[in-house]
Design a protein around this ligand. Sequence first.
Ligand SMILES: NC(=O)c1ccc[n+]([C@@H]2O[C@H](COP(=O)([O-])OP(=O)(O)OC[C@H]3O[C@@H](n4cnc5c(N)ncnc54)[C@H](O)[C@@H]3O)[C@@H](O)[C@H]2O)c1
Length: 367
Amino acid sequence: MDCRKDKKQNNNSKFDYLKKLRENEENNKSDVKPADLKEVLDFYKNKKVLITGGAGFIGSNLAIRLCELGADVLVVDSLIEEYGGNIFNLEPVKDKIRLNIADVRTYPTMLYLVKGQDIIFNLAGQVSHIDSMIDPWTDLEINSKSQLTILEACKHNNKDVKIVYAGTRQQYGKPNYLPVDEDHIVHPTDVNGINKMAGEWYHILYNNVYGIRAASLRLVNTYGPRQLLKHNRQGFIGWFIKQILENSEIKLFGGGGQVRDFNFVDDVVDAFLIAGASEQSNGNFYNLGGSEPVSLKDLVKMMIEIAGSGSFTEIPFPEERKMIDIGDFYSDYSKIKHELGWQPEVSLCKGLEKTFDYYKKYKEYYF
Ligand SMILES: NC(=O)c1ccc[n+]([C@@H]2O[C@H](COP(=O)([O-])OP(=O)(O)OC[C@H]3O[C@@H](n4cnc5c(N)ncnc54)[C@H](O)[C@@H]3O)[C@@H](O)[C@H]2O)c1
């Protein structure tokens, strides 16, 4: 796999941003105080941590890391069929964590579970954009109303907790300009984006009004081990991985020219850990983002090359997807970089290699 070749292919005029980013990075170097990772990591030793959605993709990777750091981890997950929760995700820490199969929509349960926790990583969610359009009520219940349920539970039983919420770039909708920074207007193109936006703002409100410390990270496309692969309603990366491993043909909507940025899950876990240990993050929301924007077509070519299987063809955009598609998107993550010292460390090439290694080994648990 020649990653340099892929970088070169991406180096066209669409990526002037990259040049600017690099120039800015050079100019601003002295402003950037990288997070003291050792301090952050020590912070979690013996801390009581609750992860909602902890059997899912990002939540389980976070749970595994927190166990390594000596935290006392409680995972809460409803394991609803068709969602991303997967018991196998927690296999490496099954003897170290407590798993409570419960629904964050249930107030009495949450009232009990938040008690005594030092930090809550709040990742439970209905994450399919297309499902949010088919069944807007469930999306509302889980992504919006449940956030109030969790925050009210904390207000009554644990005002001292720190919460980090998983927001999404989908809150911005179709960008007015690129890269998208936190000053960009939020005008979501689907029900999921609206409910995630409300979910985030309940956290900020409870921080500001009740002093329940909360921060939100607005995630871009995240990929890596422990992601749902079995259907195509939960993001395209997992679906591409499955098709490539089955050696079948990927159908790229609209030619695959859309540009996105990607984070390997370990980088996202780092961002949650850093935000959770920081007081500066209270009441704030931050974009995450990848180090380089890549077109979906280039992404697929890279994936096929790394895995050594699969192929692709281009097809017109299906109408129901086109209506909610956000087109090109890549984020400006300089706020979190400057305030909290986070930046992505894992290159797309390295991250994809690790991802395919994982699924080749544990395919049977994800197909
Ligand atoms: N993966 C991404 O690219 C991405 C991008 C933007 C935002 N996010 C956000 O990050 C969070 C985690 O996403 P993920 O990719 O790990 O998805 P995931 O589907 O793998 O994880 C979500 C988990 O939440 C659980 N869950 C859903 N409804 C629940 C409920 N009512 N009660 C308890 N548990 C429930 C699911 O069972 C699942 O395990 C989500 O909030 C999502 O919106 C993810």
